[in-house]
Design a protein around this ligand. Sequence first.
Ligand code: ADP
Length: 544
Amino acid sequence: MQAMMMNMPLRVIDILSHAAANHPGGEIVSVRCEGDIHRETYAQAFERTAQLAHALKGLGVDEGDRVATLAWNGYRHFELYYATAGMGAVCHTINPRLSAEQMLYIINHASDKVLCFDLTFVPLIEALSDHLPDGMKLVAMTDRAHMPESALDLLCYEDLLADHPQSYDWPILDEDSAVGLCYTSGTTGNPKGALYSQRSTVLHALFVTVSVPRSLHEGSRILPVVPMFHVNSWGLPYAAPLIGASLIMPGAKLDGASLHDLMQTEQVNAAWGVPTVWMGLRAEIDARGAKPSALDQMVVGGSAAARELIAYFEGHDVDVCHAWGMTELSPVGTHGQLPSTMNDLSDDEKLDMKALQGRRIFGVDLKISDEEGASLPHDGKAIGELHVRGNTVISGYFNNPEASDAAFDAEGWFATGDVASISADGFLSIQDRAKDLIKSGGEWISSIDLENMAMAHPKVANCAVIAIPHPKWDERPIIVVVPNDPQDPPSLGDLHGLMSEHVAKWQLPDAMELIEDLPLTATGKVSKLTLRQKFDGYVLPDAH
Ligand code: ADP
């Protein structure tokens, strides 16, 4: 029987209009490229968003057109998210850490009409300018006084906004129409585009908000360290205004000292980012002897957070929520808030649970399957390729039928490329990316497991385990270690000692190599691809 309910399309702009009217205390605080701190309320952001939409219209942006951004986390970037969404255009966030070649590939693949950029990126735009699409408009996200000297024809963001009305007749849009475009970092092959809809973006904001209430509640002050060019800052620019939380935008400075200062002065109580960022903050907390005083929760994801890193922050009274996700999932798939039934666990047992990747958020279904595609039980033991489906999962890649065909199984589930187990009570345990798993003698070794154990050694600052080809065993693991003190590194025997408590002897790394820093990908994760290239031809101790 047909229900009798109104059917209003879900629109992203309604999040901001709601915040403007109902969350007068919510604000966006931004560390600007210009060097100062800027503050605006959601009500002010909504007015400026209307002005920006008029300005973009004036530049010829129509429904469906792509507006690209090369920008840090800040209020102008936020306004661009909402102005494009509100007018039915698409915000294409570009990761500035991509190679010039990849950047040009995605700008041309997306056919961006306008490119808005922070001052930091003027040299980059100048270097790319010969290869940008014809007629592309270039907008410097600053005011007249800070306009850079450039041979290029640059428009000024604040000039564009000036004199436009502070309201806009936001169109009623199809909720399945596109609103955001984000390319995966493409560690192999060309980047692939995830094209989010009005509907998926609003639903993702709602799903994340109900899943992580300790961060996302009215009055909280959240610092998204994860960039707005990396999967929409994990959805925070949508979730925070939705619930009335303030956004503290760090701009370009993401080192431990800058983050510590900003968290302290702005009384930040929640911050979200990848493990490498939290390692930087940890060093700063150690150096100062104090954590930022209001910090109460951090969300860590993007790559596996070591148990020992989680223990450090929990030991400083910061609740750690270990989440898993992907660009293709908008991106949050699971969250690590423990259920109240686990309140009575010991601290050690709680840490064991928090080191896992948490449970699925509402709206995302998980399954693991074997190589033939048969579903495996959720018993915490069976390990298979993780598949997902739900309203916030892509149904294909943007203008890329080949990649789209390869990404889904016969039942239409998206294949994540991650290998995992799921426990009976729903906890996901990511073993590895399929391509990072180490295949030894027909058995698999999880690099994440070994890294986690090595990280618990006091002489290890960071590490990565990679596969080296082996004539007899196929592959063998080696561990690449960044020592805390280069004069006093750990020995392979030290690490074996720690690991032998948990894994079989044949799983132990065959060798240890010291390195000053681990190579990172454009999204701040350890680049195993670069490491494997670096150790190409490496001769293992017993492999002759
Ligand atoms: P890319 O790095 O390719 O741009 P994403 O940022 O979307 O892509 O990264 C998604 C991948 O990151 C996942 O498939 C998974 O391998 C890894 N990942 C994300 N969160 C975690 C986590 N908490 N633990 C382990 N791996 C994670």
